[in-house]
Ligand binder design. Structure first.
Ligand SMILES: [Zn+2]
Length: 595
């Protein structure tokens, strides 16, 4: 966290209660000094997610996610620190310090937003005016009612090359601003500009705050292409935007699920028929950024595609992205190649919802597609199915999920898991060199006596001011062998030496493990009976004993080597050193302190 923001982060911490930031995402119940709920970062049935409003920290005893209010905002929204800071500053009513260049950019952004908003209003007036008759007829024929047209601020770009541009310039917008906003396009040869959208129904694309940032246009008549977006600008990046998300975000939060369709009309129909958690991918394959954006509001997604090849393709590309984003995804198939818009108008909302609830996890969906092409009762069929599933399984980076896919596939085909694995490895080796199927879960190493002593000592140092004062000169960060422990100890001891507040500790940490440890130590009581200082002494003793044991071990090895090489001088020196180490060990062991 940059020093430039130090004062602001402090101010935000003072003004924003972490409970307010967490509660929209987690139902919290009071448990003593803290609050508990089901963790939003892993799936669980008993609450291990804990918030301590007094200290301003959260920690999950299940998945070890932890940190302060900024860490929570970053994690829940998949946001970089800068964006989390902006969001919380906004909530706290704190103004972020800006450099002159940033002020300038902000001013420019404002101008572009105003130009796009004015354009949206102008398109809207065109739809309702005399020129808009054909467009109104078109929307009526597609069953888009007036309420939906208003809610999504649909508009119309009339034919001709010079309508929007002159209208907005008449209101004082410079041509260069309109061009930067993607509304007008320079004429070849550099002689003036023409309108980007002509004779099209216009769908404003809004940002999360509901402000229009770009437009999609659907051609009336035979215009090509059928759908056209205004170009990407500093306000609008296609791959980072989802159509209708501003309207859908509340319903997505409430239901936990996002319905993803392909086109503008599909999304409009969904909303008109009461499926208010629908968004559209703007007619491209979903990007990782779009899925991460969804994940800010959704705990799962349903892709609604027609069952043609394009839909299968999109679903296959999607699996990798959803896997990377760790967002569970399902595929709902509509019969007969219908798109959601057509299906809703023909069969109604109840039938559509039924399709949604029958959606298959993406893996099962692909398996069902493969089974259509291969007969799983024959040997060749089984081989064909495994071949088809290979690309998908090897794309999955989570080893647990990958292993589960292999298990399901083996079970479905009635073959042994290692046979499937064998074929995957063979096929995978051929297709993508260097890419292993990696189907194994690394075991968590058992905590050694040393690690336990380090952890308890650190816990006491964090949680107990008295212990910290008493031990700050007796403990060196190097005493901690575990990298997470050492990072936290370094920050803690440095802060203590500078007389800094322990609450400022979070800002001194880069390492995620150290942040998780800090959160746990702040939230959980140290597992200690009796005098914390004596327990801390016991830990220090244990760590020193471990150090001495290691030293003795090394000396013994060196001594053996010296004896073998008949190096008497070295042998005598080592023997003396060994004796000192053993005496030291006896001395430390006799210091009567107990853990
Ligand atoms: Zn968790």
């Amino acid at each position: 966290m940059g020093g430039r923001f130090r004062d602001v982060t402090d101010e935000i911490r003072r003004r924003v209660n972490i409970l307010e930031v967490v509660s929209p995402h987690v139902t919290l119940r009071r448990a003593g000094r803290s609050y508990k709920g089901l963790c939003p970062f892993h799936s669980e049935k008993t609450p291990s997610f804990t918030v301590d409003p007094e200290r301003g920290f959260f920690y999950c005893f299940g998945c070890h996610a932890g940190g302060d209010v900024f860490d929570f905002a970053m994690r829940i929204g998949s946001l970089p620190f800068k964006d989390a800071l902006a969001e919380l500053a906004d909530r706290a009513g704190v103004r972020l310090p800006q450099t002159p260049a940033e002020e300038h950019r902000a001013g420019e952004r404002e101008r572009l937003l105003r130009a796009v908003a004015d354009a949206a209003a102008w398109f809207r007036s065109q739809l309702e005016g005399r020129d808009g008759a054909t467009a109104r007829q078109y929307l009526a024929s597609r069953g888009v009612d007036h309420g939906t047209q208003e809610a999504f601020r649909l508009g119309y770009a009339p034919p001709g090359w010079d309508r929007l541009g002159p209208a907005l310039r008449g209101r004082g917008f410079e041509a260069s601003v309109l061009e930067q906003a993607g509304l007008i396009v320079p004429r070849p040869g550099g002689d003036g500009y023409y309108d980007a959208l002509r004779d099209r129904v216009v769908f404003p694309i809004h940002d999360l705050q509901g402000r229009p940032v770009a437009f999609g246009g659907r051609a009336l008549g035979d215009g090509t292409p059928k759908y056209l977006n205004t170009r990407e600008t500093s306000l609008f990046t296609k791959g980072k935007t989802l159509y209708a998300l501003d309207a859908a975000r509340q319903a997505i939060r409430e239901t936990g699920q996002a319905v993803v369709v392909e086109g503008y009309m599909d999304a409009l129909s969904c909303h008109q028929f009461g499926v208010r958690n629908a968004v559209a991918s703007l007619g491209t394959a979903l990007t990782l950024d779009q899925v991460l954006l969804l994940k800010r509001f959704a705990s799962s997604a349903v892709l609604v595609y027609d069952a043609d090849a394009a839909g299968v393709d999109a679903a296959e590309r999607g699996i990798e992205i959803f896997d990377q984003a760790e967002l569970p995804v399902y595929v709902a198939v509509l019969p007969g190649g219908a798109d959601p818009d057509a299906f809703l108008r023909e069969h109604g909302a109840a039938a559509f919802r039924q399709r949604l609830s029958g959606a298959l996890p993406i893996f099962e969906y692909r398996l069902a597609m493969a089974e259509r092409r291969h007969d799983r009762r024959t040997v060749e069929g089984k081989v064909g199915i495994v071949d088809e599933m290979e690309s998908l399984i090897t794309k999955v980076s989570n080893p647990v999920r990958q292993a589960e896919y292999v298990r399901v596939l083996a079970e479905r085909l009635g073959v042994r898991e290692d046979a499937v694995r064998g074929q995957l490895r063979r096929v995978g080796g051929r297709g993508r060199p260097g890419r292993s199927t990696g189907i194994e879960v690394r075991p968590v190493p058992e905590a050694t006596a040393r690690a336990r002593a380090e952890e308890l000592l650190l816990h006491l140092l964090v949680a107990d001011v008295e212990v910290r004062r008493a031990f700050r000169d007796a403990v060196e960060p190097d005493a901690f062998r575990d990298p997470g422990h050492r990072a936290l100890a370094e920050a803690l001891l440095a802060a203590e030496a500078q007389g800094a507040d322990a609450n400022r500790l979070r800002e001194r940490l880069q390492d995620e493990t150290a942040v998780s440890l800090l959160s746990r130590f702040l939230i959980a009581e140290p597992p200690v009976r009796g005098d914390p200082r004596r327990v801390a002494e016991g830990c220090v003793q244990q760590i020193r004993l471990c150090d001495l044991d290691e030293r003795i071990e090394r000396l013994l090895e060196a001594l053996t080597e010296a004896v073998q090489r008949q190096d008497d001088t070295r042998r005598d020196a080592l023997a003396a050193e060994l004796m000192r180490a053993r005496r030291e060990k006896d001395r430390v062991r006799e210091l009567k302190v107990g853990v």
